[in-house]
Design a protein around this ligand. Structure first.
Ligand SMILES: C[S@@+](CC[C@H](N)C(=O)[O-])C[C@H]1O[C@@H](n2cnc3c(N)ncnc32)[C@H](O)[C@@H]1O
Length: 213
């Protein structure tokens, strides 16, 4: 069973700067690509600062955002107030979503499946709360497919996790999504380069998946 509360004071302090830097170098476009064309009721898991909120299309009826870290949740609440679509921020964890069965059209994970303690439980919860025909949208950094790069990620992983609020560099998130009973509809795999340079978190995926029947 995952811990009930998530507390990452150092990460909550440094993430606004990391996120602003990434957004200035392309992650805004990645967020927009992830959210393109969605509509209806959306559940976003681990919204952090609420950076996706301004990018939800007008066709979105409501976003319920589940954030377990109190400091980040306070920032997300401010972002929710500025969003063009209704956003409700709730305390809670991915592994035990405070939401009814079959109640959302879309579940959104961005840069969060790298951090969640129990990924299979989180994806099972996403399946539970999605309506029949609902879909998963995700934007995640992942383990590299290149053996040398992956060895470097594995080496850096413990320190990365300490500074990054429990973030992992080595997760095969595409596989985890498939193993949780989703079928990928579209996945774009790319290296998120900043000024032409790779970081340990460059290998990334953006995609859509649906519960397998
Ligand atoms: C790197 S931040 C990403 C924030 C945001 N999704 C974004 O795209 O910028 C990781 C987020 O996952 C959240 N998180 C960590 N463990 C979680 C859990 N068990 N359930 C839900 N969210 C979690 C953290 O509090 C943080 O907000």
């Amino acid at each position: 069973m995952a811990k009930a509360a998530v507390s990452h004071p150092l990460f909550a302090r440094i993430y606004p700067r990391i996120n602003a830097f990434a957004e200035a170098h392309g992650s805004v476009e990645h967020r927009q690509e992830m959210l393109a064309g969605i509509h209806g009721r959306v559940i976003e898991i681990g919204p952090g600062l609420g950076s996706n909120f301004v990018h939800y299309p007008a066709e979105v009826e409501q976003v319920v955002a589940i954030e377990p870290e109190a400091r980040l949740r306070a920032v997300a609440e401010q972002a929710a107030a500025k969003a063009a679509v209704p956003v409700e921020v709730r305390a809670g964890r991915a592994e035990e979503l405070p939401a009814d069965d079959d109640s959302f059209d879309v579940a959104v994970f961005s840069l969060v499946l790298c951090t969640i303690t129990d990924v299979p439980a989180a994806l099972a919860e996403a399946r539970r709360v999605l309506k029949p025909g609902g879909e998963l949208r995700f934007y995640e950094h992942v383990r590299s497919e290149r053996p040398r790069f992956f060895r470097m990620q594995r080496l850096l992983n413990p320190l990365w996790g300490l500074l990054g609020g429990g973030c992992h560099l080595t997760r095969d998130t595409e596989r985890a999504i498939q193993e949780a009973g989703f079928t990928a509809k579209e996945i774009r795999r790319f290296d998120f380069l900043i000024n032409g340079r790779a970081s340990p978190a460059s290998p990334s995926i953006i995609g859509t998946a649906r519960p397998s029947t």
